[in-house]
Design a protein around this ligand. Structure first.
Ligand code: SF4
Length: 241
């Protein structure tokens, strides 16, 4: 087929786009219906150390904050109402708009995929910017203050190739917090020896395999389309796919 896009190379839309949208819908419905499935709702960011919460079992259903905020943004009218609700509650306009969409969804008690906002069973989040753990501290308060919350500071500075070497104390700083969080999770949920490193490992292998398979294939996929399915990188969900 002749390329009419003006690009240097021929491009084509993702053939799996329809299927990706279905999986995405299932993902958000799984979070909503987690309790009917006998599982738990985990709220946290899309960039996460998945192996820790997935250690609780295969029935942990996440809601990753940034893709959810982006999904709200796609529904322009709903997004405006969320932003207005956040502003009315006193949150400054220059805070992250994904975060304000998320808070607005709680304040309005409306889930972007139908029904009231599903209250998470726990929040486990890493602090990758000045807002990320604060995002969930505030979400917890908006939910009534009774959602267990654990935040991990990953502000340990650049790692290779941006830093000349791997500094042991930086790795230890993050690793110690992760180990503490495992103890917290084991005591809170009264389980012993959680851990899902094989799940995380399997997900990474799958991700790299897909990356290699994709090399050389140019896809006409806008950044916004890519972000709308970015929660698929979430460890356990990828394995289940
Ligand atoms: S990293 Fe910070 S600015 Fe980016 S989505 Fe998360 S909270 Fe918002």
């Amino acid at each position: 087929m002749a390329d009419t896009t003006g690009h240097l190379y021929p491009t084509e839309p993702l053939k799996c786009w329809g299927e990706a949208k279905q999986i995405r819908e299932d993902y958000y419905n799984n979070f909503k219906n987690a309790h009917e499935k006998g599982g738990l709702r985990w709220a946290g960011g899309a960039w996460s150390f998945d192996a820790v919460p997935y250690g609780l079992g295969d029935d942990i259903y996440p809601l990753t904050g940034e893709p959810y905020g982006a999904s709200i943004a796609f529904k322009k009218d709903f997004s405006v109402r969320c932003q207005e609700a956040a502003e009315k509650a006193g949150y400054a306009r220059d805070l992250c708009s994904y975060m304000r969409n998320y808070w607005g969804s709680i304040l309005l008690d409306e889930y972007a995929f139908g029904g009231p906002f599903p209250k998470p069973d726990f929040m486990w989040q890493d602090h990758i910017c000045c807002s990320h753990a604060k995002w969930y501290q505030n979400a917890c308060e908006l939910e009534g203050g009774d959602v267990p919350l654990y935040g991990i500071d990953v502000g340990a500075g650049p790692c290779p190739p941006f830093a000349p070497k791997m500094y042991e104390h930086r790795v230890r700083y993050v690793a110690d917090q992760l180990l503490d969080s495992i103890e917290w999770m084991e005591s809170y949920f009264a389980v012993s020896k959680i851990g899902a490193v094989p799940v995380e490992k399997g997900m990474r292998q799958l991700f790299f395999m897909l990356t290699f398979v994709s090399i050389g294939i140019i896809t006409d996929c806008a950044a916004t389309s890519a972000f709308s399915v970015s929660m698929f990188r979430d460890g356990g969900q990828s394995i289940r796919m």
